[in-house]
Design a protein around this ligand. Structure first.
Ligand code: F6R
Length: 614
């Protein structure tokens, strides 16, 4: 939420900063702004709305040449999305400019204190409090880094701050607490950003900052220290993807590109998981086998799409390990006083690795002495750093706000974890685990076959442009797929969409069925007869009441033919793995429908990726 970038080096800072903002616009697009230091003064430009508004403004009124700048793309929290509330904010003395991601929880009392001293505020934001304080502290302390330290020690909440000082040419200072910040180390130039995507064009060498750390960068150096002024350690790493992964590569939307990347992303997530003896190895899990054997309850904690991945995982994990598995929305977790013991394994799922609700759940779990394993797509993000172990999904950058390859790779990582636990606990024989892994390895090919036939789904979207409401039904692992299919549609098409357990409809929601209402039904593979037949009955119940049934059923399942107004075929896979193929038409349907409705698929209204506020 909110993208931040800063640059010092030989290039024109405005261009580098605006390019960085473009690659981070998925993090927020309520407004955008830049501030440059040129000849000892600040030059700023900020505009409400998407980045293109700022670009138009910059084209009409260019800023002076500068080698040092900061920029921001905003997801509004305090104060509406207006030009004045856009970042950067400049201190009253005109000396510093600052951008911020997060929420300053004690901003009201700080603002009251500053106003009592006569400071006049230009905006309604919490951020301006930090800018005004920084302006005062830099006069008091002399250096921007000391002033930043003094400010950070007054703030409560979550924040990444990046600032420039007119009295400190060629220098940027940034700080972080509970919100992401990385340094990009170039050759004679430095970058700071919320996300490596901002500088991937210039360098693939990055440094992750720890909690409560400050970094001061010049073109040649970066110096990390704590909020207390102690020298800090930081972890350099090399980014294993390049600019092409952060570009659309000929697709109209990142989301569409990411849907098509799923077979490869799943294959990459499965890569190298067996050792010479055919044992499943998860190198990243540095929790002793003895500790895992003691696990008597698993709690999966996540938000949104990642939560639905957790719901899918529950079926597989309980089936393979015979350990009870709960799945909980992260923002609810710590408030219900969950029963956690040292034998509880908490599994968190997060594509971004920065989701504040999930992070707070991890902290709560660890305070209760539970072991925490994170499933994450972002190297070095806060969530894996604060967990006991991590399984990385290797999906590459996910830029479309609506998660697609994030979801399928999360499901696969959960399967790997489930099989690993089954291996450690001995609840499955080695050959059973190998058979399941072999099935999983076929999944990328099966997913590709769904994508090869995706034109039928595209045509379906064309037929449904006038629909106002769409329902999704599923049972067993098909139920979370119904929920995820509905979420995709809500997020980018802004249609009323709901997912239900197919058997639950008759307990109330069936009242919603009326003539012509589209109902997507995910039919389980035929092997599990009871489950399959029950869903076939549910299709008949809604069709009898006028629903237009769109049935997703496996190849060769002819029992459904008579009950489907529209039939979308899925390749044959074991029941537990069906989510990986069944979700693809639902993702694509949402993407196509939103496109036809003229919506911005990658940047849907009111949303942002990487939700760093609670
Ligand atoms: C939906 C979506 C969100 C995220 C949720 C968690 O398409 O993208 O629901 O899944 O905000 O995000 P992460 O996985 O980054 O923790």
């Amino acid at each position: 939420m909110c993208g931040i970038v800063g640059y010092v080096g030989p290039r024109q800072a405005e261009q580098v900063v605006v390019d960085g903002l473009r690659r981070m616009e998925y993090r927020g697009y309520d407004s955008a702004g830049v501030a440059l230091v040129a000849d000892g003064t600040l030059a700023t430009a900020k505009k409400a709305g998407k980045l293109k508004n700022l670009e138009t403004e910059l084209a009409q009124s260019p800023l002076p040449a500068s080698r040092q700048g900061i920029g921001h793309t905003r997801w509004a929290t305090h104060g509406g999305p207006t030009d004045t509330n856009a970042h950067p904010h400049v201190s009253a003395n005109g000396r510093v400019a600052l951008v911020h991601n997060g929420i300053i929880e004690n901003y009201a009392s700080l603002r009251a204190g500053l106003e009592a001293q006569g400071v006049e505020f230009a905006s309604q934001t919490d951020t301006e409090v930090a800018a005004q304080l920084l302006g005062q502290e830099v006069t008091r302390h002399g250096t921007l880094v000391d002033a930043m330290r003094a400010v950070c020690n007054q703030l409560e909440g979550a924040f990444t701050l990046v600032a420039v000082d007119t009295a400190a040419p060629g220098r940027i200072v940034a700080a972080r607490r509970n919100s992401p910040l990385v340094v990009g180390v170039g050759d004679g130039e430095m970058f700071v950003a919320s996300d490596v995507a901002a500088f991937i064009e210039y360098t693939r060498d990055a440094v992750e900052l720890g909690q409560d750390q400050i970094v001061e960068v010049t073109p040649e150096s970066y110096e990390v220290s704590s909020f207390d002024g102690e020298p800090g350690t930081s972890k350099p790493y090399h980014i294993d993807w390049d600019l092409s992964a952060a570009e659309k590569g000929g697709y109209d939307w990142f989301m569409r590109k990411e849907i098509f990347e799923q077979p490869q992303a799943v294959a990459d997530t499965l890569l190298g998981r067996l050792d010479h003896d055919g044992q499943l190895v998860l190198d990243e899990i540095r929790i002793a086998a003895a500790d895992l054997r003691r696990v008597d309850k698993i709690v999966i904690v996540a938000c949104g799409t990642a939560f639905y991945a957790g719901l899918v995982a529950k079926y597989a994990i309980e089936h393979w390990t015979r350990v009870p598995c709960e799945v909980e929305i992260a923002s609810e977790f710590r408030y219900r006083d969950p029963i956690i013991t040292p034998n509880t394994l908490v599994v968190t799922i997060s594509q971004s690795g920065e989701t504040a609700d999930t992070l707070m759940a991890i902290r709560h779990a660890r305070e209760q002495h539970a072991k925490v394993i994170a499933i994450c797509n972002t190297n070095g993000a806060t969530i894996p750093r604060e967990s006991d172990a991590v399984i990385y999904t290797h999906a590459g950058p996910e830029i479309g706000v609506a998660s697609t390859k994030g979801f399928t790779t999360q499901v696969v990582a959960c399967y790997l974890l489930g099989l690993y636990l089954a291996q450690v606990k001995g609840t499955k024989f080695g050959d059973e685990i190998r058979d399941l892994l072999a099935e999983l390895e076929h999944l990328p090919t099966k997913m590709q076959s769904v994508l090869d036939g995706i034109d039928q789904t595209a045509k379906l979207a064309g037929d449904f442009v006038d629909k106002k409401s769409i329902l999704f039904l599923g049972r067993h692992v098909g139920y979370p797929i119904a929920l995820e299919g509905a979420l995709k549609l809500k997020e980018i098409s802004y249609l009323h969409a709901e997912g239900f357990p197919a058997g639950e409809l008759k307990h109330g929601p069936i009242a919603l069925i009326e003539e012509g209402l589209p109902v997507f039904v995910v039919v389980p593979p035929q092997g599990r007869d009871q489950l399959h037949d029950k869903v076939v009955s549910n299709i008949q119940e809604v069709r009898a009441r006028g629903a237009l049934t769109v049935v997703l059923a496996e190849d060769g399942d002819n029992e459904v033919d008579a009950h489907a107004d529209i039939l979308l075929r899925l390749p044959r896979v074991p029941t537990l793995f069906q989510p990986l193929v069944a979700i693809i038409p639902l993702q694509y349907f949402a993407c196509e429908l939103a496109t036809l409705l003229g919506h911005d698929v990658d940047q849907p209204r009111n949303l942002a990726k990487s939700v760093t506020v609670e």
